[in-house]
Design a protein around this ligand. Structure first.
Ligand code: URA
Length: 292
């Protein structure tokens, strides 16, 4: 018998394109959820305990990468993939642990290893890869973005997607490239769906990026976007006010590094009229480099 390929239902292609445009780029569940079906009455656990979130909302939890490649399996009523995974609620103890681990790392390799083994940030469990850095560890200029996106998560390298390509062009305009700069992010794991990292997640990851800056010891820092500037430059000012003016970042050992806050390339993709502002900021960086 010849198998006849079925046409997808009308409108499906458009719906998928709509989702892709809206940034929905991952299927989180293997089985579809019929949200129009009548919900069964909630089963109250014995003793009146709160039902854990993972049991109430399994569709919100991403399947582990290893599971995604497999064909759909019949659902097991009582086994939830998420239940097997550690779920860490960010708290002060995790931030303290991150600070200790970061301080103990004496080299970039040790720092990468410490971060790869750190389970204190929820984002690690939905990300595919740790995005540690790219570029030249001996560089005079270090650029720090906010957090990896989908392409960065897949490749394990910062700024390799569309905003990364724009960043490459911006660097080339002042005679730099990835062999002459070092690039990292405040947050080394992709937030699911590219959501904004929470303040807790940022505080937990902060010691790692601060140690990375200290170990690199760049002559100049360039922060890309508001979150990176706020995290590293001890300010609450908005990026449009901050950008273009030299600030400084002080490391744990007291070294003061001149820092230029500028706009994030992803913002420039949406607001190309502001490219001229970043051009000015990058020219400042180019001139400052002549002082060394
Ligand atoms: N945006 C960031 O802030 N960092 C990346 O690595 C990619 C996009």
């Amino acid at each position: 018998m010849t198998a006849i390929a079925k046409e997808p239902p009308a409108g499906l292609r458009e719906l998928l394109a709509f989702y892709a445009d809206a940034g929905v780029d991952e299927a989180l569940n293997e089985a579809p959820v019929n949200r129009f079906a009548e919900a069964p009455p909630p089963a109250l656990p014995k003793g009146g305990d709160r039902v854990p979130a993972t049991a109430r909302e399994p569709e919100r939890t991403a399947a582990p990468a290893s599971d995604r490649a497999r064909p759909a399996q019949p659902r097991q009523p009582s086994i939830d993939n998420a239940a097997a995974r550690p779920t860490t609620v960010p708290d002060e103890a995790q931030a303290t642990l991150a600070r200790d681990l970061a301080r103990q790392a004496q080299t970039l390799d040790e720092l990468r290893e410490a971060m790869a083994g750190f389970d204190g940030c929820n984002l690690k469990f939905t990300a595919k890869n740790l995005v540690f850095s790219d570029g030249n560890p001996e560089a005079d200029v270090m650029l720090v973005g906010e957090a990896p996106g989908r392409d960065e998560d897949l490749e394990g390298l910062p700024f390799v997607g569309r905003s990364g390509q724009l960043l490459n062009r911006m660097l080339a305009a002042i005679g730099l490239d990835r062999t002459s700069v070092y690039i990292a992010n405040v947050i080394p794991w992709r937030p699911p769906g590219n959501r904004t990292p929470t303040p807790h997640e940022t505080e937990i990851c902060r010691p790692f990026i601060e140690r990375q800056i200290e170990l690199i010891g760049p002559k100049l820092l360039v922060t890309l976007g508001g979150p990176s500037a706020k995290t590293l430059l001890a300010t609450t000012e908005g990026i449009l006010r901050l950008r273009g003016n030299w600030r400084s970042h002080t490391t744990a050992s007291g070294a003061v590094i001149p820092a230029m806050p500028t706009l994030h390339p992803a913002y420039l993709l949406r607001t190309p009229a502001h490219k001229k502002l970043v051009w000015r900021d990058f020219l400042e960086v180019k001139m400052k480099l002549r002082e060394f």
